[in-house]
Design a protein. Structure first.
Length: 260
């Protein structure tokens, strides 16, 4: 398989991504600066992992914190401005509402597992209603949880809606913990795995994932306003890692023989 695929249309954050990759903070990969509207399924095929709306690499960094390894996965945090309380409230009518574009790539390529994030609150949940309906129509099992950054020890809330989708028929859907592997083959299995998610994800509040080197990843990158914009749009990788770890716990429960 090819190395990771990164896509973002902001030249500043793409330069930052390349710096982080070269410094070894993020997995090796190809950075595509084109708008997602110009990306075709053929551009993404052959990559085991693909990160859309990649920003400064919060999702691949979170996967590393969670020991996800090289298992197939797609990630993406669609632009929040159409649904943010600080925006104009245009919602699906906002041209920055890019879920339909990303969904077309998902429907064509059928990645095994997808992680995403969006603003919390009624507008974020309304957005997620659309996302979950689209993905369930494609055969995915979908789950989500509202989590604050306080759950990993930050002194403030900053709630975000974290979501995951898993396809029972996608190639490479495997669960690993201490090396054992299993494979769910039906949507019922996938739904059971995600039905356990709500309880397990609450354990994220007990976690204190170390920040590692995230605070230093701007070394060598100039441009104060660009940094502020990039940080403002970034996810908090420690929370994402807690979410991913809880999801893997669900897979371990399935591997242990759990049934609905």
């Amino acid at each position: 398989m090819k190395p990771c695929y990164y896509n973002d249309n902001d030249p500043f954050v793409c330069a930052w991504l390349r710096h982080l990759i070269a410094a070894g903070h993020l997995p090796a990969g190809d950075v595509d600066e084109r708008p997602i509207q110009e990306v075709t399924p053929d551009d993404v095929r052959g990559y085991s992992q693909a990160h859309f709306f990649a920003g400064i690499g919060g999702w691949p960094y979170a996967l590393a914190l969670a020991d996800w390894g090289d298992r197939p996965v797609w990630t993406g945090s669609c632009p929040c401005q159409p649904f943010s309380q600080s925006g104009v409230g245009a919602g699906p009518n906002d041209p920055r509402h890019l879920w339909p574009i990303w969904h077309s790539l998902i429907a064509e390529c059928r990645p095994a597992t997808i992680f995403g994030e969006q603003v919390s609150g009624p507008s974020g949940r309304s957005w997620f209603d659309l996302v979950s309906c689209d993905l369930e129509d494609d055969g995915y099992a979908v789950a989500a949880a509202d989590l604050p950054v306080a759950c990993v020890g930050a002194p403030h809330l900053r709630y975000r809606l974290w979501w995951v989708a898993a396809h029972p028929d996608a190639d490479g859907v495997r669960w690993e913990r201490e090396q054992p592997q299993t494979h769910f083959t039906t949507q019922e299995d996938a739904r059971f795995q995600l039905s356990e998610f709500e309880g397990l994800v609450s354990s994220a509040r007990e976690l204190a994932i170390p920040a590692g080197r995230w605070g230093a990843v701007a070394d060598g990158v100039s441009g104060r306003m660009g940094k502020l914009r990039a940080y403002g749009n970034a996810i908090v990788p420690q929370v994402a890692a807690a979410f991913v770890r809880a999801y893997v716990e669900c897979g371990a429960a399935l591997a242990a023989g759990g049934k609905p």
